[in-house]
Design a binder for this molecule. Structure first.
Ligand code: IMP
Length: 193
């Protein structure tokens, strides 16, 4: 079975990808390969950050590897918070701080269009590939729902009347930016087998 590292220790992401790959790939986490480094995300695009993480593992541990990076891109804010989504309100801030800043910056703005975008960088042998998934929707002006994380309580995907946080994990994981990118990656890897 093909062995590949996913440069993360995020349990949700690991569970999700193992589910999508239906046990046909052996997916190792950073912990599994004893990589204890907090790989700095110093890029200015999602592509760069994903590549930095995958490259770190490939160069230091020798494994084929993939890594992801995700951002919320809000049209009226020229694509912000984008690559800085995790630390929009400052280093080590909480999700609710980021949401508060986002809603403040969108006050009085009627164009609420936004998209979550995930980029996955894959380094396999000597080759490099990118996979992308996006979901479009709108930012509402108050938080609704309890599930999920990050900006989920204020993001309503197109075609739905509820936020990601109201729709719940199962529905979200079927339609999300990350699920789209991850499914493309897994199809590609299984075709290579
Ligand atoms: P990461 O690249 O997956 O770590 O995501 C970076 C940041 O984007 C997170 O810290 C969240 O603020 C935001 N984010 C990523 N994916 C989601 C999602 O599915 N829902 C809500 N926010 C997300």
């Amino acid at each position: 079975m093909k062995k590949i590292v996913f440069a993360t220790n995020n349990k949700h992401k690991l569970d999700e990808i193992r589910k999508i790959s239906e046990g046909k790939l052996e997916i190792l986490s950073l912990n599994d390969i004893n990589c204890r480094t907090d790989i700095p995300e110093t890029g200015t695009t999602l592509e760069e950050n994903a590549l930095i993480k995958a490259r770190f593992v490939k160069d230091n541990f020798g494994y084929d590897c993939f890594a992801d990076d995700t951002g919320l891109e809000v049209k009226a804010l020229d694509g912000a918070p984008g690559v800085y989504s995790a630390r929009y309100a400052g280093e080590d801030c909480r999700a609710e701080d980021n949401i508060r800043k986002l809603l403040t910056n969108l006050e009085g703005i009627s164009d609420r269009h936004a998209a979550f975008r995930t980029v996955i960088a894959l380094l396999i042998g000597d080759e490099q590939y990118f996979f992308e998934g996006a979901i479009h929707g709108k930012i509402i002006d108050e938080k609704r729902g309890e599930s999920g994380f990050g900006y989920d309580p204020v993001f309503v995907p197109d075609g739905y009347g509820q936020t990601f946080a109201e729709l719940g994990e199962d529905t979200k994981n079927n339609i999300s930016h990350r699920a789209i990118a991850t499914t493309k990656l897994i199809r590609f890897l299984l075709k290579m087998e």
